[in-house]
Ligand binder design. Structure first.
Ligand code: IPE
Length: 256
């Protein structure tokens, strides 16, 4: 089984509040179906989550009660996005159901706690794909917090022990500098904890969950000697399909 996160940068336009990239999501779903591989899909929040979460500093937890309407709004918005993703999966023949983290789980000082995963396992066992996503989740110590799709990937990796973990983003991989602003940036094919320390990263869009370095840390967490963890560009048609078929494509692989 392959665990895939469709990042917010591919399923939405991250710079414009609530802009769903329907065609791109549909194409990625069809690439996943064409690959014939068993998968579980997680998705990010993109502009359905980050824009308002950043405006109200939701990643800091409860600071003052003026944030509360934003907690409800972001939860609403990411459910709207999730419904669009699930609908697209259904249209592509993937029987998917929504499992909203903020309604099922809690966090403890920013760390997602999934004590009871019976429903998620039962769904997958039945051939129904549980779809989890980046969400606002109640936090025992901070009141609430932002749970990223990357954290959910870590939890699902523990539950399902996938052979491969794939992060689909809008860049070819990790670069020595920001490729969107620096033409000399070079792709790093293999990232280790040592390599990551030497990489200076800045995100070109507003992101409350750590940008590409945060993603690499999650990837390093998820990989081991039997499990590849890959960052691949989903905006290039056919690239995800090639990767899933085992072909060589431009990407960054995490190794510990
Ligand atoms: C963020 O999730 C969740 C919210 C802001 C509510 P992610 O961090 O997984 O989203 P992307 O992939 O970066 O957009």
């Amino acid at each position: 089984m392959i665990l895939i996160k469709l990042g917010g940068s591919v399923i939405t336009d991250k710079s414009r509040y609530k802009t769903f990239n329907k065609e791109q999501v549909s194409r990625l779903c069809s690439e996943i179906v064409q690959s014939g591989r068993g998968t579980i899909i997680v998705h990010g929040a993109g502009s359905y989550g980050h824009v308002i979460a950043k405006r109200y500093s939701l990643q800091k937890g409860l600071v003052d009660f003026s944030q509360i309407p934003a907690v409800a709004q972001v939860q609403y918005d990411v459910r709207e996005l999730n419904a669009l993703v699930v609908k697209t999966l259904l249209e592509n023949g993937i029987p998917a159901v929504s499992v909203p983290p903020g309604s099922c789980f809690v966090m403890e000082n920013g760390k997602l706690i999934v004590k009871d995963n019976e429903a998620i396992r039962a769904l997958a066992h039945m051939g129904v794909m549980p779809i989890l996503f980046g969400d606002v989740v109640m936090d025992r110590s901070k009141g609430f917090g932002i749970c990223s799709g990357d954290q959910i990937m870590e939890v699902l990796t523990d539950i399902f022990k996938p052979e491969r973990v794939v992060f689909v983003s809008d860049v070819d991989g990790l670069y020595t500098a920001d490729p969107k602003t620096n033409p000399d940036a070079e792709i790093i094919e293999t990232v280790t904890p040592e390599v990551l320390k030497s990489v200076h990263s800045s995100s070109t869009v507003d992101d409350v969950t750590g940008g590409v370095v945060g993603k690499m840390l999650s990837m390093l967490e998820a990989c081991d000697e039997n499990r590849d963890c890959v960052l691949v560009n989903g905006t290039v048609p056919g690239r995800l399909l090639s990767l899933l078929k085992g072909e060589e494509v431009p990407c960054t692989i995490a190794r510990r």
